[in-house]
Design a protein around this ligand. Structure first.
Ligand code: IPE
Ligand code: IPE
Ligand code: MG
Length: 240
C-alpha cells in the first residue's frame, strides 16, 4: 500500500466537485449551466497542479447514485462528458497529463467509453500530473466489484484466502495504480463523503469548504493546500 509522508504538500489530492446545480439555480439558470461552468474549473485546477506540487489529482465527476437525477440532467451530463473529453484530449496530452478513469464503465454508453479509452491510451506514457476522473464511481460499488474479482481468483486457485490482507484489497480496487489520497476536498458546504474513495481515504485529511465548485479558484486551492501543510498526520501513532 502506498504510504504518504508528512510533507507540506499533499502528493494526492481528491476533490468532490459539488455545488454546480446550486450555482446555476442562484443565477436562475438550468442546472446544466452549472455543470458547464464546473467543467471549466477542472481545467484551471489541473493546470495549477504542477506549480503547486500536486502529482496526483482525482476528481469526482459522476457517482453511482447520480443516475437517480432527472433524465434531462443525466443525459446532459453524459453529453458534457463526451464534449469535454473530445475538446480537452489534445491539450491534456500537450500538457503531459496522464489521464485515467475509475468507476464502472458497463453502464456508460459505448461512445463515451471509446473516448475515455482513447484518452487513457493517448496519455499512457505521460509523466506530468496524474489526473484520475471518477465517472459512474461509487466506493461501495468499487469494493463489491473488487471482491467479485478477488473471489474469482480464489475460485481459480490463483489466490489463497489465507493470504488476503489489507494489502491484497487495493490491488483489486479501481485505484490500484494510485497512492492513497492525502487530502480530500469537498466544495459547496456539504460535510459528507457521498460514497467517494471509501477504502482509500482511511487516513486522508478532509477539507469541507463553502465555495460552490464553479467558483473554486486556483487561489483558494492554494490556500487549502497551505492549510494541509499545517496539519499533523499521526496515522494512529504517538508522535515522539
Ligand atoms: C456536483 O454538483 C456535480 C455532480 C454531482 C454531477 P451538483 O449537481 O451535485 O450540484 P448541487 O449539489 O445540486 O448544487
Ligand atoms: C457527490 O455529489 C458526487 C459528485 C460530486 C460527482 P452529490 O451532490 O451527488 O452528493 P449528495 O447527493 O449531496 O450526497
Ligand atoms: Mg451536489
Amino acid at each position: 500500500m502506498a504510504k504518504s509522508s508528512n510533507s507540506d504538500t499533499p502528493t494526492h489530492v481528491a476533490i468532490i466537485m459539488d455545488g454546480n446545480g446550486r450555482w446555476a439555480q442562484m443565477r436562475g439558470r438550468p442546472r446544466l449551466v452549472g455543470h458547464h461552468a464546473g467543467a471549466k474549473r477542472v481545467k484551471e485546477i489541473v493546470r495549477a497542479c504542477p506549480d503547486l506540487g500536486v502529482k496526483y489529482l482525482t476528481i469526482f465527476a459522476f457517482s453511482t447514485e447520480n443516475w437517480t437525477r432527472t433524465q434531462t440532467e443525466v443525459a446532459g451530463l453524459m453529453k458534457l462528458f463526451k464534449r469535454y473529453i473530445r475538446r480537452e484530449t489534445q491539450s491534456l496530452h500537450d500538457e503531459r497529463v496522464r489521464v485515467r478513469f475509475i468507476g464502472d464503465r458497463v453502464r456508460l454508453e459505448p461512445a463515451l467509453v471509446d473516448l475515455m479509452d482513447n484518452l487513457e491510451l493517448l496519455t499512457a506514457e505521460n509523466t506530468g500530473v496524474h489526473l484520475t476522473i471518477a465517472l459512474n464511481y461509487g466506493g461501495r460499488d468499487e469494493v463489491a466489484r473488487a471482491t467479485r474479482r478477488l473471489a474469482h481468483d480464489v475460485a481459480l486457485g490463483k489466490l489463497d484466502p489465507r493470504e488476503v490482507s489489507d494489502e491484497t484489497m487495493p490491488k483489486y480496487l479501481d485505484t490500484y495504480f494510485l497512492p492513497d489520497p492525502d487530502l480530500v476536498i469537498r466544495t459547496s458546504g456539504e460535510a459528507r463523503i457521498s460514497n467517494f474513495l471509501l477504502w482509500q481515504s482511511a487516513y486522508a485529511e478532509y477539507e469541507f469548504i463553502d465555495t460552490l465548485w464553479p467558483d473554486f479558484s486556483e487561489t483558494e486551492f492554494q490556500k487549502v493546500l497551505s492549510r494541509f501543510g499545517q496539519r499533523e498526520r499521526r496515522f494512529g501513532a504517538v508522535p515522539v
